[in-house]
Structures are given as structure tokens and as C-alpha cells.
Design a binder for this molecule. Structure first.
Ligand SMILES: Nc1ncnc2c1ncn2[C@@H]1O[C@H](COP(=O)(O)OP(=O)(O)O)[C@@H](O)[C@H]1O
Ligand SMILES: [Mg+2]
Length: 418
């Protein structure tokens, strides 16, 4: 890598897709390493900050995405506002700075930036910011568009609710091409991150603790992208600690996330049912996962009654899970429906082989067992939840998607051919 500092006097050229303007050496180094790995020429990362970008804009069109260090600015918001008016709305601006200040962050979001990254920079955050730029909207800014909230709840432990939440989310994202987030509200024993071989982010515990602390910056730093279309918010808190959860904070969290995704799938542990009534009443879709057993009959009936008494307006989808010959204590579906006074909408077969393969490989069923009956049943669920809608109109792969593709694990590139 060249140690030469490029500047406009040097004849630096504005790249059509990406540029970064930073101030000090540490940020320069991290940014150049990252840019190089993304396949951008080294000269796309310049030492010079906001002023240099403004200067280059006098004689060149802006790139599609630009990262700006604002530490040298006395009035960062004014500087950013000016840059946005100079560069136009097609140029996505990501700001970098040392100040960890929510008020400043909000002001800059309102000015129209896509994301704000607090130094020191780490490549994961850069990837994430690029994903936000790819989605064409800020990570914290609410838009008119509202995500569909899908809550998955199991009648009993082990019925496969988490497996369904993870894989349905994955299919909504990868197969049906929606922007999807998965929120795992089992902060201690949740398995969604594990199932996708992701390191759970830090911060969800603080978020669910107090509504005052919910903000876009905090969510952005806690959410882990699995790919450009699919992100996971989960935790692995100590098992011997009490983890308090404030229902107001969860509502605030979802409200903050709503503008940024097409679907938010929540894996709701059933012991939270009583404390998360507000969440249930705001859901657009509730997926009740049950096994076909006597206990399943009793608890499906009880949960359905509880949902009715909460006046939940969301659609209820009843999923008979892990159905098959390998399972003991099963009743037949007609007896189940009669006993629970409930109609089974979908059946997910027991498939020990595929589910074990996926679990042990940290991969979604859609990527590792794409033709298995269990995957097809999950795809039918994803389709039902999306109202039979076709792909989320992401259109052709653009440059950012290609780049993200190269940064992603290979598994997420596989497509399902149902
Ligand atoms: N359709 C299925 N076929 C076979 N095993 C399954 C299936 N669904 C889930 N499992 C397995 O059952 C166990 C419990 O699943 P999980 O999704 O964690 O259930 P829950 O969240 O309802 O407690 C896990 O070991 C999982 O791999
Ligand atoms: Mg679970």
C-alpha cells in the first residue's frame, strides 16, 4: 500500500461509487484497509475531511456513497448540511467522528446523513453503514414506511419456535428479498445468533432495560448484519443474572426500528407473554407454534384465549411443528383442531437430519437444505406472512450489493430454487 497522501493538489480523482475523507492517520489506515478489501482504489480514501470533499465537488460529481470525518469541523451539523446540499440526494453520506453524542447524531440524521460512526472505526461498523447506505436510508431515521411486525411464540419449550423464527426471517430476506430484522427476546438462552453463526451484538440488554436509552445509535451498534437484507438483534447475557425487561423500552425499540425494515420477526419466549402484552397487541402477525400433543392442545387453547382477551388485531397463524413419525405422543391433526378449537394453518415436518445439519453448521435451512420438505414448509410460512407478495423489489443488484456480497459469508449467496 502506498504511504502517499493524496489530496486534490495531487490531482485526486473523484471515484464514481465511493470516496472517504478522513483526518488523522489511525482512521486513514483503518479506512484504507477496509476500502482495499472492498475492491476500491486506495485513492478513494483521502486525508482532508469535509473541506476537501467540498472543494472536489466544485469540479466533479459526487460518488454514490461518501464517508466524511467531521472531527476538524467546529460546526459539524452546518458542515454536513452544506455538503448534503452540494452533493444532492443520490449521494449517501456517512459521517465519522469522535463525539459519542446522541443529540449530535439526531441532528445529523435530520440533516439527511445515512449513518454516524463513532471512532475508533471498526470494519464491521463500516460494513453495516454501507448496508444502510445500500438500503438508501438512515439506520435511525423513521420513515413513513412501517415494517410488518411478526411475533413467533411457542406453546411449549422445544416445539421449534426459535427454529421457525430464524428460518422464516432468513427466507423473507434471502428468498423473498425483504429487508428483515430478527429480534431475539430471550436475552440469556436465545439461540438465533448461534443458529446463524453470528456473534451477538452488545447493547440489547441496555436497550430493553430503559425506554430513555433507546436510540438509533445504540440500536445500530447492537444489531448484527447477517447480510445486506437480514440483521439480528440478540444477546447472550449471563445465565445467573436477572435481566430486567421494560415493555415500554421494547415498544420504543420496535418503533425506532420500524422505518428501516420491511419485516421484523420477534422470537418471543412464552414466559414473556404476560409482560409483553403491548408488543402482542401491536403485532401484525402472530405465529403460534405448537406440537401436536395433549399439552399442545391445552396450551394452544390457553394462549389463543389470552390473545383474544388482549384484543390482538394481528393475524394468527397456527403452525403444527415437528410433525412426523419420529415424534412420540402425537395426536392426529383433526383431534388437535377439535380439542384446541383452533385451525392448523401450516405443518412443519420433523426433519432431524436437515435441522441438525443446519444447527451444527450455523447455517439457515434455506442455505444448507434448500430442497428439504421442512424448508419448503417454512417458505410457505414466509409467503403467507408476506401475503403472497413477491420479492421486495430490491431490483437489480447494485454496486453496494455486489460489494456486500463479497464481504459476506458464502452461505448467504446461495439461493433457493423451490
Ligand atoms: N422441524 C424440526 N425437525 C427436527 N428438529 C427440530 C425441528 N424444529 C426444531 N427442532 C429441534 O428442536 C429443538 C428445539 O427447537 P427450538 O427451535 O429451539 O424450539 P423452541 O424455541 O420452541 O424451544 C432444537 O434442538 C431444534 O434443532
Ligand atoms: Mg426458543
Amino acid at each position: 500500500m502506498s504511504s502517499r497522501n493524496y489530496n486534490s493538489d495531487d490531482g485526486a480523482v473523484m471515484h464514481g461509487e465511493f470516496m472517504a475523507f478522513v483526518n488523522e492517520d489511525q482512521t486513514l489506515r483503518v479506512m484504507r484497509n477496509w476500502a482495499e478489501r472492498q475492491g476500491f482504489p486506495i485513492a478513494t480514501v483521502q486525508q482532508g475531511g469535509a473541506d476537501m470533499f467540498a472543494q472536489m465537488l466544485e469540479s466533479a460529481s459526487p460518488p454514490k456513497m461518501v464517508m466524511i470525518d467531521i472531527d476538524d469541523q467546529t460546526d459539524p451539523v452546518a458542515a454536513i448540511t452544506r455538503l448534503i446540499s452540494l452533493s444532492g440526494s443520490d449521494c449517501k453520506l456517512i459521517v465519522i467522528g469522535s463525539a459519542n453524542d446522541v443529540a449530535l447524531y439526531r441532528q445529523m440524521l435530520n440533516a439527511g446523513i445515512v449513518d454516524y460512526l463513532v471512532k475508533p472505526l471498526i470494519p464491521e461498523n463500516l460494513n453495516q453503514a454501507m448496508a444502510a447506505a445500500l438500503r438508501g436510508r438512515s439506520v435511525g431515521k423513521s420513515e413513513n414506511k412501517e415494517a410488518k411486525l411478526v411475533i413467533v411464540i411457542g406453546t411449549r419449550g422445544g416445539v421449534g419456535a426459535s427454529t421457525i423464527a430464524v428460518n422464516t426471517g432468513w427466507l423473507l430476506a434471502h428468498e423473498l428479498k425483504f429487508n428483515c430484522a430478527l429480534l431475539d427476546l430471550d436475552l440469556q438462552f436465545g439461540t438465533t445468533s448461534l443458529a446463524l453463526d453470528l456473534e451477538p451484538g452488545r447493547g440489547l440488554r441496555d436497550i430493553v432495560n430503559s425506554p430513555q436509552r433507546v436510540d438509533g445509535l445504540m440500536i445500530a451498534s447492537s444489531i448484527v448484519p447477517e447480510s445486506d437484507q437480514f440483521s439480528v438483534l440478540g444477546a447472550e447475557e449471563a445465565v445467573d443474572e436477572y435481566v430486567p425487561m421494560d415493555s415500554g423500552a421494547i415498544t420504543a425499540l420496535l418503533k425506532e426500528m420500524m422505518g428501516n425494515f420491511d419485516y421484523i420477526v420477534v422470537d418471543l419466549p412464552k414466559h414473556l407473554l404476560a409482560s409483553q402484552k403491548r408488543l402482542l397487541t401491536t403485532a401484525h402477525e402472530i405465529v403460534l407454534v405448537t406440537e401436536l400433543s395433549l399439552a399442545g392442545i391445552r396450551d394452544s387453547l390457553r394462549i389463543k384465549t389470552a390473545l383474544n382477551s388482549l384484543s390482538c388485531t394481528g393475524n394468527l397463524t397456527v403452525v403444527a411443528s415437528r410433525v412426523g413419525q419420529g415424534r412420540t405422543g402425537q395426536v392426529d391433526p383433526a383431534a388437535f383442531e377439535k380439542g384446541a378449537q383452533i385451525k392448523i394453518d401450516l405443518t412443519i415436518p420433523e426433519d432431524h437430519k436437515s435441522v441438525t445439519l443446519a444447527a451444527n453448521g450455523g447455517k439457515a435451512l434455506g442455505s444448507i437444505a434448500r430442497n428439504a420438505a421442512v424448508t419448503k414448509a417454512l417458505l410457505a410460512l414466509a409467503q403467507k406472512l408476506s401475503g403472497g407478495a413477491k420479492a421486495g423489489a430490491q431490483g437489480k443488484e447494485n454496486f453496494l450489493q455486489k460489494l456486500l456480497g463479497s464481504a459476506k459469508k458464502s452461505s448467504v449467496k446461495k439461493e433457493i430454487n423451490p
